[in-house]
Design a binder for this molecule. Structure first.
Ligand code: HEM
Ligand code: HEM
Length: 149
C-alpha cells in the first residue's frame, strides 16, 4: 500500500475509518428508530394498542450493526489503540470512546440476560443513554486526532 511521506502510524486506513462511522452510525440510527417508535407509536389490534411491528425490525438491524461494530471496534485494539496509547496521542477522548463502547456492550448483555422488569429497564436506560454519547465522543475523538496531526 502506498503511504504518504507524512503518514502517521496511528492514522486509520480509510476503509477502517469508514467502517467505524458506518457501523456506529447504523447502531445509533436503528437505536433512535426503536426509541421513537417505542415512545411515540402504537398500532390498534384486536387486543388493544400494541407496539409497531417495525420495532422488531429495527432491533434486528441493530443486532446486525452491533456484530459489525464489535468486529470493527475489536480490530482497533492491536494497532490503533496500542500505538496511540504508547505515543501518548488522543488518549483521553479515545478512552472515553473505548470505555463507552464497553459499557454499551455490557448493558446490551444485560438486556439479553437480566431477569426481572426493574433490572432490565435499568439496563435499557443505561444502554441507550451511553449509546447516544458514542457518536459525539467519536466526533470529538476524530477531530482532536486530526488537530494533532
Ligand atoms: C457497542 C455498541 C452497541 C451494542 C453492542 C448494542 C447492542 C444491543 C443489543 C444486543 C440490544 C438488544 C437487542 C434486542 O433486544 O433484540 C440492544 C438494544 C438497544 N440498543 Fe443497542 N447496542 C449498541 C449501541 C447502541 C447505540 C449507539 C444506541 C443509540 C441509541 C443503542 C440503542 C439501543 C436501544 C434503544 C435498544 C432497545 C432497548 C430495549 O429493548 O429496552 N444501542 N442494543
Ligand atoms: C485509548 C484508546 C485510543 C487511542 C489512544 C486512540 C488514538 C487515536 C489517534 C492518535 C488518532 C489520530 C490519528 C492520526 O491522525 O494519527 C485517532 C483517530 C481516530 N480514532 Fe482513535 N484512539 C483510541 C480509541 C479509538 C476507538 C475505541 C475507536 C473506534 C471504535 C477509534 C476510532 C478512531 C477514528 C475513527 C479516528 C479518526 C480517523 C483517523 O484520524 O485515523 N479510536 N485515534
Amino acid at each position: 500500500m502506498r503511504r504518504k511521506k507524512n503518514a502517521r502510524p496511528t492514522r486509520l486506513p480509510r476503509w477502517q475509518e469508514y467502517a467505524v462511522y458506518v457501523s456506529l452510525g447504523a447502531l445509533t440510527l436503528t437505536g433512535l428508530v426503536w426509541l421513537g417508535l417505542d415512545w411515540g407509536v402504537r398500532v390498534e389490534s384486536e387486543f388493544g394498542p400494541e407496539r409497531h411491528p417495525a420495532e422488531h425490525w429495527a432491533m434486528i438491524a441493530h443486532g446486525i450493526a452491533a456484530y459489525a461494530f464489535l468486529v470493527v471496534g475489536g480490530a482497533m485494539i492491536p494497532v490503533h489503540i496500542k500505538l496511540g496509547w504508547s505515543l501518548d496521542r488522543n488518549k483521553v477522548s479515545g478512552l472515553w470512546l473505548g470505555v463507552g463502547s464497553v459499557i454499551a456492550v455490557i448493558t446490551a448483555l444485560g438486556l439479553y440476560y437480566l431477569g426481572g422488569e426493574g433490572a432490565r429497564s435499568t439496563a435499557s436506560l443505561a444502554h441507550w443513554l451511553v449509546g447516544l454519547v458514542l457518536i459525539p465522543a467519536l466526533i470529538i475523538h476524530a477531530v482532536r486526532g486530526r488537530r494533532g496531526r
